[in-house]
Design a protein around this ligand. Structure first.
Ligand SMILES: O=C(O)CCC(=O)C(=O)O
Length: 348
C-alpha cells in the first residue's frame, strides 16, 4: 500500500494483477445496455396510482436485475459534482497525506487502502479507496480527511442527501414486498449504518487483463452509486443457475444507480436478488465511483419477515448483521468467489 502499481502509474500490469478467466475480464459485453431498468423516482412522490405503478416497476427490476437506475431523484447536480470533485482531489494528494488514513483493519470507521484486502488478496485489483462511516454524520465527520479543505462539507452534503433518498427507496422496496413503507424506516433512520466507499481507478495500461474490483455483491440493504465514467458492469442472469452475461451500465450525467444488496435478498426471502457486479478499467481516464451502502445498525440482524413465510414458503436465509459481514470479510476471499449471501442460505 502506498507503493502499488496503480498508485505509481506503472506503464505495465504486473502479473499479480492478471485476473484468471474465471473472473471473465475479457468477455464480450452485452451491447444492449439499454435493457438496464431506469426508474423516474419523482413519480414515487405523485398520487397513489402513479406510486403503485412505480413500485411495480421497481419490484420487477429487483427481481430481474437486482439493479436499477434512478432519474429525477431530486438531488441537485451541484451536490453530485461537488462530491466527485473532492473525492478526485483527495486521491490526487501526495502519498504522505493519504497514508494518514492507511489501514487494513476492516472494522476501522475510516480507512484508505488499495485493491480489496491489500497484502492478503491472491490477485491484486487496480483500485485505491477511502472508506468511511457517514451516519450519523456528526459522529463520524470529524474523522474524515480535512484535506482537500472542502472534503467534509461537500462529501457530507452528498451523504446526507443520498441517505434521505435511500430511506425513500427502502420504503418503496418494503411496500413492494407487501410489508408497508414504514417496515424498516425507523430502524434505518435512527441506528442504520451508512458506509461510503470512495473508489478511484487510475488509468490502466492493459484494461483487458486486470479489474478494478472482482465480481461480488454488497452485504448492504441497498447501495446507491454515483460514477464519473462508465465501468460498472452487472451480471444479468436469466435463469437460476447463476450463469448470465455482463452488462456495462451506461454513464448518463446525474443518474444514480441502485444495487440490491444481500440484506434485501434476505428481507424478500429470495424474491429480489442481490446483484453481482464488478468494476472494469479505462486505459486513459481516472474513474471515480462513490458507493453509499445502507443497512441496519452494526449489530442489528436482518431476518426474513414472518409475513413472508408460510408452509410452502419457509425462510430461506439465516439472520445476520453488518458486523457478521465484517467477520466474514476477515475470513474470506471475495476475489476467489466467496459470497456472504451463500453463508446465509438455509439448505433444503
Ligand atoms: O466502482 C464501481 O462501480 C463499483 C464499486 C463497488 O462495487 C464497491 O465499492 O463495492
Amino acid at each position: 500500500m502506498g507503493n502499488s502499481a496503480q498508485e505509481r502509474s506503472l506503464p505495465y500490469v504486473p502479473d499479480c494483477y492478471v485476473v484468471p478467466p474465471s473472473c471473465e475480464p475479457r468477455d464480450v459485453l452485452n451491447s444492449n445496455s439499454e435493457i438496464v431498468p431506469t426508474i423516474d423516482i419523482s413519480r414515487l412522490r405523485s398520487g397513489d396510482v402513479e406510486r403503485r405503478e412505480v413500485i411495480q416497476e421497481l419490484s420487477l427490476a429487483c427481481q430481474q436485475f437486482g439493479f436499477f437506475q434512478m432519474v429525477n431523484h431530486g438531488i441537485n447536480q451541484s451536490i453530485l459534482d461537488g462530491a466527485l470533485v473532492v473525492a478526485k482531489a483527495f486521491f490526487e494528494l501526495p502519498a504522505k497525506e493519504k497514508m494518514k488514513f492507511m489501514s487494513n483493519d476492516v472494522y476501522a470507521p475510516v480507512r484508505y487502502s488499495t485493491s480489496l484486502k491489500d497484502g492478503l488478496d491472491k490477485i491484486q485489483f487496480w483500485r485505491i479507496f477511502l472508506k468511511h462511516y457517514a451516519h450519523p454524520l456528526d459522529r463520524w465527520i470529524h474523522l474524515w480527511p480535512q484535506n482537500p479543505p472542502q472534503y467534509r462539507e461537500k462529501m457530507g452534503k452528498f451523504c446526507e442527501e443520498i441517505r434521505k433518498l435511500s430511506l425513500e427507496i427502502m420504503g418503496a422496496i418494503t411496500e413492494s414486498l407487501g410489508l408497508g413503507k414504514d417496515y424498516l424506516s425507523s430502524r434505518m433512520d435512527e441506528n442504520g449504518m451508512q458506509v461510503m466507499a470512495v473508489n478511484c481507478y487510475p488509468p490502466c495500461p492493459e484494461p483487458a487483463t486486470a479489474l478494478g474490483l472482482p465480481p461480488h455483491s454488497d452485504y448492504s440493504c441497498i447501495t446507491i452509486l454515483l460514477q464519473n465514467l462508465a465501468g460498472l458492469e452487472i451480471l444479468h442472469s436469466t435463469d437460476h443457475s447463476g450463469a448470465g452475461h455482463w452488462v456495462l451500465v451506461p454513464e448518463v450525467k446525474g443518474v444514480l444507480k441502485v444495487h440490491i444488496g444481500d440484506h434485501v435478498e434476505v428481507l424478500s426471502n429470495g424474491l429480489y436478488k442481490s446483484v453481482v457486479h464488478k468494476a472494469s478499467l479505462n486505459e486513459e481516464k481516472t474513474r471515480i465511483s462513490l458507493a453509499s451502502l445502507h443497512s441496519l445498525g452494526m449489530d442489528e440482524k436482518m431476518s426474513v419477515p414472518n409475513q413472508l413465510v408460510n408452509d410452502e414458503n419457509p425462510p430461506r436465509y439465516r439472520e445476520s448483521s453488518f458486523n457478521d459481514f465484517l467477520d466474514f470479510l476477515v475470513k474470506s476471499d471475495i476475489s476467489q468467489g466467496d459470497r456472504f449471501i451463500d453463508t446465509l442460505r438455509i439448505k433444503d
